[in-house]
Design a protein around this ligand. Structure first.
Ligand code: C5P
Length: 288
């Protein structure tokens, strides 16, 4: 039985600050996050027995490990107090994986929404976000979407006004950055250039795109290994191509630039695509 097909939007970090390590092994975060129109598609079917996951779009699942999707499905049915039926999940991947764009978290969030619709329509959204947080720190935000201040591990969410209308070019160089490795490089570091998170929030509240753009900042850029120099070259290219500003998203290596004009953004995306195949033109996406 077909239960539906949902978009799973990528996320960007407009500001990313790390306040310090926590006793539970995670880090205390302060991030301004936003969903964008670049998205995967997730379909859910009830059939057979057990849990199966199939992907289309050249994405390889980690071999021999329980997927985040299966973990989330198990947590969901545990929370609703009923046995998990046979489920078949299909992913149409568009969001580059291991990029800092929350692709895996977005897929899990879309699956949780599909399961809620089919099996627990009365479940409050905060409960669905809580279940998502059991699978990954970015999943609660991806369940909610839109614009949020994300604190704690990333699961303590405060709604913010969305970005004013604009265009976003997302560009991922051809290497990945393992998130836990980058977090490990953070400890003991005094960051030079912390984001003005309060200023970013005020800029969103004022609907002032120039003020938002001027405050794009990600402390992870300061701890990138030397092999990731391409990130800074892409930022430079985006600025030369007319972006108001550019920054890395999450633990990278995807970089994004904000543009006022669609034409300028489309031309910039075309120019970058010649060198970086995984370049996308996107717009801000609202709450889900
Ligand atoms: O929560 P998630 O599984 O996405 O986190 C992946 C890894 O990233 C964690 O195991 C941890 O090493 C690191 N992390 C962290 N602090 C956070 C989020 C993630 O140290 N707030």
């Amino acid at each position: 039985m077909e239960l539906g097909r949902r978009a799973a939007p990528a996320k960007l970090n407009l500001a990313l600050d790390i306040l310090g390590p926590r006793p539970d092994g995670y880090h205390e975060m302060r991030m301004v996050m936003h969903t964008v129109s670049l998205c995967d598609w997730v379909s859910l079917q009830e059939e057979g027995e057990g849990f199966s996951l199939e992907t289309e779009g050249g994405f390889c699942l980690p071999p021999g490990k329980k997927t985040m999707e299966q973990q989330a499905a198990e947590s969901f049915f545990q929370a609703v107090g009923r046995p998990m039926p046979g489920l078949a999940v299909r992913l149409e991947k568009r969001i580059p994986a291991y990029a800092g764009l929350g692709g895996g978290s977005a897929d899990v969030a879309a699956l949780l929404r599909l399961m809620r619709e089919a099996y627990a329509p009365g479940m409050p959204l905060p409960e669905l976000e809580r279940i998502g947080g059991l699978t990954g720190s970015d999943v609660p935000f991806c369940v909610r979407g839109g614009a949020c201040l994300a604190e704690g591990r990333g699961e303590v969410l405060t709604d913010l006004p969305p970005l004013p209308p604009c265009w976003i070019v997302v560009c991922k160089p051809d290497f990945g950055v393992p998130t836990p490795e980058l977090f490990a490089r953070v400890d003991g570091i005094g960051f030079r250039d912390r984001p003005d998170t309060g200023g970013m929030i005020r800029a969103l509240e004022a609907g002032d795109l120039a003020a938002v753009a001027s405050r794009l900042r990600n402390v992870f850029e300061e701890v990138l290994p030397p092999s990731c120099g391409e990130v800074f070259r892409i930022k430079e290219r985006l600025l030369v191509l007319g972006a108001m500003n550019a920054a890395m998203s999450g633990s990278g290596p995807a970089v994004f630039g904000i543009f006022q004009s669609r034409d300028t953004a489309a031309e910039a995306a075309e120019a970058l695509k010649a060198r970086y195949a995984q370049t996308f033109l996107a717009e801000p996406a609202g709450r889900l």
